[in-house]
Design a protein around this ligand. Sequence first.
Ligand code: ATP
Ligand code: MG
Length: 670
Amino acid sequence: MPAGLNPAQQDAVMTLRGPLLVLAGAGTGKTRVVTFRIAQLIKSGVAADRILAVTFTRKAAGEMQERAAELLNGGKRKRRKRGTPKPEISTFHSLCVRILRRHATHLGYPEKFTIADRGDQESHARTALREIRAPNDALKPGDLLAIISQWKMRSVTPSQAGGIAETDREHLAASAYRRYQNHLKNSGSVDFDDLLYLTEELFRKFPTLRREEAGRFDHVLVDEYQDTNHSQYEIVRGLAMGHRNLCVVGDDDQSIYSWRGAEVTHILTFNKDWPEAKTVRLEANYRSRKPIIDYANTLIVHNAHRHDKVLRPAKGGGEPPRIMQYKDELTEAKEVVFDIRRKVEQTKLRYRDVAILFRTNEQPRAFEAELRAQDVPYVLIGGMSFYDRREIRDVMAYMKLAANPDDEPSLLRVLNTPPRGIGDTARKRMMEQAVSRGVPLWRVVADFANVEGLTPAAKKGCAALVQMVESWRKDDGPVERLVNRVIDEARYRQELDRIYPDPNERDARLAALGEIVNAAASYDAKDDDDDDPTARPLDGFLEEIALGGPGDNNDKESQLDQNSVALLTLHAAKGLEFPHVYLVGMEEGILPHRRSIEAENESIDEERRLAYVGVTRAQDRLTLSLALTRRKWGKARDTLPSRFLYEMTGQAERAPHRHPKNQHTNGRRR
Ligand code: ATP
Ligand code: MG
C-alpha cells in the first residue's frame, strides 16, 4: 500500500484496470492520485512508456514527471538514466503536435507544419474575405477568426458550417472558413485550435491511424477533466476505447473554461460512456485550513447546478480569512505589497510562498508598479506583462514618437497601424531612402512629397501621420491629456473595433488602454520633488515606465522556482497552491465580471466557480481585498463589494447587488 494516501485515495490508486472517475472538490488530492497511480502502474509492471497522462499546463506536466520519478526512487531525486523509458506526461496541445507530426501528411499538411500566430491568421482571414468578395465591413478578419474558432472548438468542419450558419455574417463566415483553411494549409501551417481539431479529424477519418496512436499506450490518465472541450473529449475517447484503461479526475465546481468550449457534462456523464466505470469520491481537503474551507463551502452552495460534494478539512487550526477595504486601487496595491513585504521580513515566509490572484488583465498593472517600487521580486504568470500587450505597445509607440520621432522601432510599429494606406511597398521605398540618404526614417516620412513611387494613398497617410505627431510634440501639458489625444486622434479605438469583433476581447483591450490613461493620471497627480521642473512631463512618464518596464522576467518558470511572489489570473491559478493568497479586486464588476452580470444567465455561476478556485488555492492564510473607488479611464468611481464576499461569510441576503438603490452609486462619477 503506498504511504501518504487516505483509504479513498488508495482505492483509486490501486484500481489499475478499467475506467475510473475521481470526482472530488478542491485540494482533496486528485492530482496526487494521478501521480501516485502512474508510479503504482510502473511498480506493478507496466512499462513506463505505455502510460500517457494529460495535464492542463506544462508546469503541471513537469511537476508530475518529477514527482512520479521520486515515488519510484523511494522519495529520492535521482537522475533518470538516458534511454530508460518514462511515462508521456504532456498537455493536450503538445500531445496533439506530436501526433500530427507523425500523420499530418494524411490530412494534406507537411510534416514540418508551422503554427500560425495571430498576425498570420489575420492575413489569411483577410485574403479569404477578399476572395469571397465579402462586402466591405460585412465581416472583419477578426470577426471571421472568432467565429471560426468557436466552430473549431465544437468540431464543426467547413462543409458543416454552411448548414448550421444562421445569420448573414455566419453564412459569409462559412464560405470564408474553407478558404481560410486552404490558405493555412497552402502555407503549411495550422492555427492553435487546429491542433486539437485536426487530431480529432485524423482519428475520425483514419481509424487505422487512431488505432496506431492508441496502440502506443495501455493507460491514459487525464487531470482537470472538467475543462475538456469537444475535441479533447473525442481524442481521449479515441485513445482509450481499445484498452479502456482510462482514469479521469476533476471537479465540476472548478469548471472555468466554458468560454473556450469546455463542457462540464463530459465529467458528469462519464458513467454513460464508460458504464463499467468505478467512481471514487474524495472528501478530505489536505490543502487549506478549516476557516478557508468554510468560506469555500458556503460560497459554492450558491451555484444552481452542481454535484453535491463534501469538503472537510484534514488540517486543524488556522485564522479566518481577512477582508480588507482600501480607499482606491493604488492603495490596495500598495498595502497588499507592503503587507507581503512585512510578513517576509518578520516571519519565515518566503516571497515564493505568496500569490496575488486577480480576475481581469488590467488589474496587475498597479501591482506590478508597486512590487517594483517596493523592490519585491515577482513573476507575472498567465497574462502578458502589461507593457508587452499589443495595444499598450502601439499606444506607447505613439507616445514615444511624440517624445522623439526619430525612434525608428516605434515609427515602424505604428507607420500603418491603424491602416492609413502606407503599404509594404511604400514602407520599403522610404526605408531604402532613409538608408541611402543616411537620415532617420522619420525625415523621409516627413518629406514624403519627394519620395518617388508612393501611391496617392500612401502620401495622404504620411501627411496625416506627420501632422498628428508634430502637433503632439508641441503639447507639453499633462500626460493624461496627451494619452487621450493620442488614442482619439490616432483613431485607436476604431482600430480595436476592427481587430477584435469579439466584444469580450475588445472590452479587455479597451480596459487596458484605460489603464494607460490611469497610469498617466496618477503620474500627473504625483508631485515629486526630484522632478526637474523644466522637463516635459511626457519624458518623465516614459522614463518611469522604461525603468520599471518589461524585459527582465523572461524565464517565468525558473523565477517561480526562485524566490518571487506569483502574480496570476484566477484561470492560470487552477491546480496550484500557495501558503498565502491575496485575492484582490473583490468588487461587483470585477469578480463577478461586469459582462456576466449583464448577461443575467448562468455565467454568474462560472464567476462563482472562479472565486471558488481562488479561495481554495490558499493553504494557511487568505486575504480578500477590494478598493472602495477604482479609476476607469482616469476617473475615480465608487465600487460595490462583490456579492461573493457576502455569500462566503453567510450574509448573502445582505449583498448590495440585491438592493437596487445601491446600484445608483455603482459607476457614478465622484
Ligand atoms: P485541485 O482541485 O485544486 O486541483 P487536487 O484535488 O488536485 O486539487 P492536490 O493538489 O493533489 O489536490 O492536493 C492538495 C494538497 O494536499 C497537496 O499539497 C497534496 O500534496 C496534499 N495531499 C493530498 N492528499 C494527501 C494525503 N493523503 N496526505 C497528505 N497530503 C496530501
Ligand atoms: Mg489538481
